[in-house]
Design a protein around this ligand. Structure first.
Ligand code: ADP
Ligand code: MG
Length: 256
């Protein structure tokens, strides 16, 4: 990937892009998100780590409104998240999401998987959408697989297609929820390499991952969650060498 192939992202760099303020979320009796304060700046890469069940996925899902919140506010580029209808569909296009399970449409080709959103949601013409999709598939290293179906690709290739599919919508921010957790070890690096490239090009990213190599290489900030709360946040260097909370020390002791 080269810098020229991406849209200019330098404009407004460093300004708040995603702002969560006083966010509370319950699932029945369970307090899943506790008074979350988090600002992600344009061009920033935030890695979210924490034990299973600490609310990392829920946090991601609130940002593209797959989950509603009970209290507080979330803004994207200064605008409150829309609640429904076309505005909500537009929001989902602006917030790209990549999950642990790749969620590609099994009965559509790789190319169709990537063009579907731009054509249906963005109203892009078929030829233009296909041109852009082929560029993106080349960028993530699966350009030669465009006519195949998802099941014919490896997990790592499918996950790279999922990234290309999200990028095709020209999102303002990309959310990654444990994107390599379901992959065989030899495929993890090929996905992380694509993510590091994206980060280097200035994409704003929120990444839930336990890949500490990625966090050290690409993250500007590590946010550590436990029991639905942000317990501490710091640069990767500081967080990994001098975690301040007992929860973080305990967690790092288990995974490092
Ligand atoms: P993480 O991604 O850090 O493992 P999650 O955000 O998935 O954590 O979950 C946080 C807590 O919320 C967990 O206790 C989980 O069981 C609960 N939870 C998540 N989604 C739902 C849901 N849709 N309904 C009920 N409980 C949920
Ligand atoms: Mg999760």
């Amino acid at each position: 990937m080269t810098a020229q192939e991406t849209a200019p992202v330098s404009a407004g760099r460093g300004e708040p892009l995603v702002v969560l303020s006083g966010v509370q979320k319950h699932f029945g009796q369970l307090h899943a998100l506790k008074d979350i304060e988090l600002t992600v700046k344009r061009g920033e890469v935030v890695v979210v780590i924490g034990p299973s069940g600490s609310g990392k996925s829920t946090l991601c899902r609130t940002i593209n409104r797959l989950e509603t919140i009970d209290e507080g506010s979330i803004t994207l580029d200064g605008q409150p998240l829309p609640q429904e209808g076309k505005a909500l569909a537009a929001l989902r296009a602006e917030v790209g999401m990549v999950f642990q399970s790749f969620n590609l449409f099994a009965h559509k080709t790789i190319l169709e998987n990537v063009t579907l959103g731009p054509i249906k949601v963005r109203g892009v013409g078929k030829a233009e959408a296909e041109k852009k999709a082929r560029e993106l598939l080349d960028r993530v290293g699966v350009g030669h697989q465009a006519e195949k179906y998802p099941a014919q690709l490896s997990g790592g290739q499918q996950q790279r297609v999922a990234i290309a599919r999200a990028l095709a919508m020209e999102p303002k921010v990309m959310l990654f929820d444990e994107p390599t957790s379901a992959l065989d070890p030899e495929m993890i690096k090929e996905v992380l390499d694509v993510m590091v490239d994206l980060a280097e090009q200035g994409m704003t990213m929120v990444v839930v991952t336990h890949e500490m190599g990625f966090a050290r290489t690409a993250a500007h900030r590590v946010v550590f969650m436990a029991d639905g709360a942000i317990v501490e946040e710091n640069t990767p260097e500081e967080f990994f060498t001098h975690p301040s909370s007992d929860r973080a020390k305990d967690f790092l002791g288990k995974i490092l």
